[in-house]
Ligand binder design. Structure first.
Ligand code: HEC
Ligand code: HEC
Length: 400
């Protein structure tokens, strides 16, 4: 909490104008002919094929192909990859109760649905030597390829976009999302925007607790973030009609997390099962040039951290120790023993001091949760609870 910068509460006049196309063309992006802007008007006409939104009446070839392959997928991969399963990566959700439904979890799993389907992590990782599980059978590979190719048709290629853009992804609705910014450039590896997503009605999606997490190496400067909705099956994007963040300029130092604008947005142009992309007018990774004091720490309860928390992070250290670039980029625990103040500051960025149980470090490692983090205590609720209760002692001391 202490490290959050002052919120930029200034909302644009666009908020008041709120008339769809109007506010939008006033957005000041300077790129009159940006594909993002143009697609705004094209959706109004093309949406007809997408149906009324609420009923799920949308014809979706991808869903049909998935339904056909689901039994064999569950048979081959289900022993390890369901909720609470031993692989800690429950991309199959719960195939029996459908809560969550496998199609939903598979399509929102990071790296699975990508424009170039041959690069899908689902195929590349499962057939690689690094995979600790069984390889998919030829029959399954064929079916997965056909399905991924069909889904890819509805993913817009944003690599040529004028504004730096995160490719369309399917948010985990009613849950915690971590969207990595690596697509913006090398120095963005490990940086993420995190938020909770909830469907208020079939046509409104609220995103709350929207936070930006730079790495401990690079700070970040982001201006004018813009969420665009891609209705299921469509590459025609429909940008946030009120352009909620048009006034936002966010600067964060390396290692310091903060809210994006007011930290929340309600997208009134949502459609069930849609994707979101996130664009910025400008996005810069800022090199602090070594000006960061290595001994500085935002933690006020460092002794409690050393006693109650640090020892509990041993299982995390396996990946967050610097060996795994992605894990360390997200939360750098490499100095857990040598410089606990630094590791404490990094971990504090993932803590909710007001409601400790809602802290990202718990949400993301909870074995029964839907978050896509690759470690969930091997499915052991007991180990997770022991971790949570001890670390919470420190969080409570921090909040005093
Ligand atoms: C015997 C258990 C087991 C089975 C069966 C299994 N896996 Fe895995 N899988 C794992 C484990 C453990 C991991 C995490 C370690 C790793 O990266 O290999 C994993 C990781 C993965 C990942 C990476 C997920 C991520 O985002 O980090 C993918 C993709 C994957 N498996 C696909 C498959 C597919 C497809 C099948 C079915 C053909 C399958 N697995 C069957 C154990 C299994
Ligand atoms: C098997 C490797 C591995 C282990 C073990 C691990 N993590 Fe992670 N963690 C990652 C990776 C990889 C990322 C970045 C995710 C990405 O790039 O998609 C990450 C990201 C995170 C994030 C950022 C939010 C998110 O979900 O992306 C938090 C918080 C986190 N880890 C906490 C922990 C905690 C706490 C532990 C120990 C209880 C732990 N991790 C153990 C690999 C791991």
């Amino acid at each position: 909490m202490a490290s959050l910068p002052t919120l930029n509460l200034a909302r644009s006049a666009a908020m008041l104008l709120a008339g769809v196309g109007l506010a939008w063309s006033d957005a000041g992006c300077g790129t009159e002919d940006s594909p993002l802007l143009l697609s705004s008007s094209s959706t109004t006409t093309s949406v007809g094929s997408g149906g009324a939104g609420g009923g799920g009446a949308v014809a979706n070839q991808g869903k049909e192909l998935f339904d056909a392959l689901e039994p064999i997928l569950v048979k081959e991969c289900g022993p390890c990859h369901t909720t609470g399963g031993p692989a800690d990566t429950p991309f199959l959700g719960d195939p029996d109760s459908k809560m969550p439904d496998p199609y939903t979890t598979m399509t929102s799993w990071p790296g699975f649905l990508v424009k170039s389907s041959a690069k899908s992590r689902l195929l590349t990782h499962s057939s690689s030597v690094e995979h600790k599980g069984t390889k998919p059978s030829d029959a399954l590979v064929g079916a997965l390829e056909a399905w991924l190719t069909e889904e890819a048709k509805a993913i817009k290629d944003v690599s040529k976009e004028e504004m730096p853009t995160i490719p369309p992804f399917k948010p985990i609705v009613l849950g915690f999302n971590a969207v990595y910014l690596g697509a913006l450039g090398e120095n963005f590896d490990g940086m993420a925007v995190t938020f909770l997503a909830e469907e208020l009605t079939p046509s409104t999606l609220s995103l709350t607790e929207i936070e930006v997490h730079p790495t401990s190496k690079f700070g970040v400067k982001l201006t004018h973030p813009l969420f665009t909705v891609f209705p299921s099956g469509s590459v025609d994007g429909d940008p946030d009609p009120v352009d909620s963040f048009s006034n936002v300029i966010l600067e964060l130092a390396a290692g310091q997390a903060g809210l994006l604008g007011p930290g929340l947005v309600v997208l009134a142009n949502w459609k069930p099962n849609a994707r979101l992309s996130l664009a910025f007018e400008t996005a810069l990774a800022v090199d602090p040039n070594g000006t960061v004091d290595p001994n500085a720490t935002p933690c006020t309860a460092l002794d409690s951290f050393k006693t109650n928390a640090a020892p509990k992070f041993t299982p995390c250290f396996a990946c967050h120790n610097g060996a795994d670039g992605a894990a360390n980029g997200a939360v750098d625990m490499s100095e857990l023993m040598s410089n606990p103040g630094h590791a404490c500051g990094q971990i504090l960025n993932r803590v909710n001091q007001m409601s400790p149980a809602k802290s990202q470090l718990f949400v993301t490692t909870n074995p029964s949760g839907a978050a896509t983090h690759p470690f969930k205590f091997g499915g052991s609720a007991a180990n997770y609870n022991a971790f949570k209760s001890s670390v919470t002692l420190w969080i409570n001391d921090e909040a005093k």
